[in-house]
Design a protein. Structure first.
Length: 171
């Protein structure tokens, strides 16, 4: 809200903008005062302002793959003797606010999902190149395969994406 009001206050004034947004002008002035003097912020916001650079530092130093649990453990290890009191949900909320999402690998814990059921009675296709994947000219030997990648976002499993490719094996 404050950046919007700041961008338009010269043209319209603070009170009319706050009235149109259905926000009390005192909320705007309180936020402006907090930005000028961070000591006016509530203790929780002051603590979060101290934690956010530390969380970002731990996240970046660990190749941006740590989730909230590991960031929390790293924070507690880092400040041995300083008695870090921070909850996992706080670390998770601040990471989300800063846009720090960990990278997801395709390997999933637990029981694997079976995507195909082989038919033992079916004939296998013959290997027509005897595992020699070299070609003397273009369009002589094409190799193809497909696989699947499991997809998840923020720990919620979304399903599979099938990936197929074909390659001309020119020597």
């Amino acid at each position: 809200m404050k950046p919007f009001v700041d961008a338009h206050r010269q043209r319209f004034g603070v009170e009319p903008i706050c009235k149109a947004l259905q926000v009390a002008p005192s909320a705007y002035w309180r936020e402006a005062a907090r930005q000028r003097q961070p000591g006016l912020c509530p203790p929780r916001l002051q603590r979060e302002a101290e934690l956010m650079p530390q969380i970002q530092d731990v996240f970046k130093n660990n190749m941006s793959v740590y989730g909230a649990d590991k960031v929390l453990r790293a924070l507690k290890r880092r400040d041995v003797g300083q008695d870090v009191e921070v909850a996992r949900c706080t670390v998770k909320r601040l990471m989300r606010r800063m846009g720090l999402l960990r990278l997801r690998c395709t390997a999933m814990r637990g029981k694997g999902v079976r995507t195909t059921v082989p038919d033992a009675k079916a004939a296998c296709p013959q290997d027509r190149v005897n595992q020699v994947f070299k070609a003397d000219r273009p369009n002589q030997l094409w190799v193809g395969d497909f696989t699947y990648v499991s997809c998840s976002y923020l720990r919620a499993w979304q399903g599979f994406v099938y990936v197929a490719f074909q390659v001309d094996q020119m020597a």
